[in-house]
Design a protein around this ligand. Structure first.
Ligand code: FMN
Length: 229
């Protein structure tokens, strides 16, 4: 039981926290690579970190003037490829590129038009099954999807995309054998943490709702972090 008087806790909070105004609030979300179809039938590829899953829907935040937002407004097919931490250099090679020509003035200094971003990043494409844009070969997870809703955000600078996933491809090395479960001990997302790249550290524990079966017997002394996945 915590017996510290409320006043003491408040004083500690004042002493340990600063009021700051960071220019960005990218507090660490997975990087995804979005493949979309350009007007001429070629394909664009863009790294995005504002993406999260809600059931079978992936919600994505995109700069309003980027080629990816432009494409999804007219051609809803997309692939969400999830790179591994080791692929961060290829992701960073994509960072200063846009598929939009001419380059919008809202893009950061140094941003340039690139019609073949797969080649520019040293990545290769592989065909999808249900949608037109290709998957990124070498990424452990691919989500084929369709943008069901594309609408402006409250600031007017971004669009919010709700994409319905229609097929999931996972590298067999990250799937618990004989199941449809991704093994969280085998898979690590690439995390974008205040514009720096990280992988995951060791597992700390698991949710009471985990449904992932164990694929190895745990020693009796194992801590809670390895007890289930
Ligand atoms: C790791 C990383 C994460 C990014 N996350 C986002 C994001 O969530 N939303 C966004 O609009 N742009 C994001 N960007 C910037 C876009 O990739 C960049 O604007 C790119 O030019 C978009 O390409 P496009 O104009 O061809 O769509 C991110 C860039 C990097 C390198």
């Amino acid at each position: 039981m915590n017996t510290a008087p409320t006043g003491t806790l408040l004083a500690q909070a004042v002493a340990t926290h600063l009021e700051i105004e960071p220019s960005i609030l990218y507090f660490g979300t997975p990087v995804v690579l979005l493949s979309t179809e350009n007007q001429d039938g070629s394909f664009n590829l863009a790294p995005i970190s504002s993406a999260w899953a809600l059931g079978q829907t992936v919600v994505i935040g995109l700069g309003r003037e980027g080629q990816t937002a432009y494409n999804l407004g007219s051609r809803p097919d997309l692939v969400i490829s999830l790179p591994s931490p080791a692929q961060w250099p290829a992701v960073e090679r994509l960072a200063p590129l846009t598929g939009r020509n001419p380059v919008p003035s809202s893009k950061p200094k140094g941003c340039r038009f690139e019609p073949d971003k797969f080649a520019a990043a040293g990545l290769t494409s592989e065909p999808s099954q249900l949608v037109r844009p290709p998957r990124v070969a070498g990424c452990p997870i691919h989500l084929e999807a369709r943008a069901e809703r594309v609408r402006p955000d409250v600031s007017g600078d971004f669009v919010i995309v709700e994409a319905a996933v229609c097929m999931v491809h996972a590298d067999s090395r990250i799937v618990v054998p004989g199941t449809h479960h991704i093994d969280p001990a085998a898979w690590s997302p690439l995390i974008y943490n205040f514009r720096h790249y990280f992988g995951l550290g060791p597992e700390l524990g698991h949710s009471y709702r985990t449904q992932t079966p164990r694929n190895v017997e745990e020693p009796a002394t194992a801590g809670p972090g390895r007890a289930a996945r």
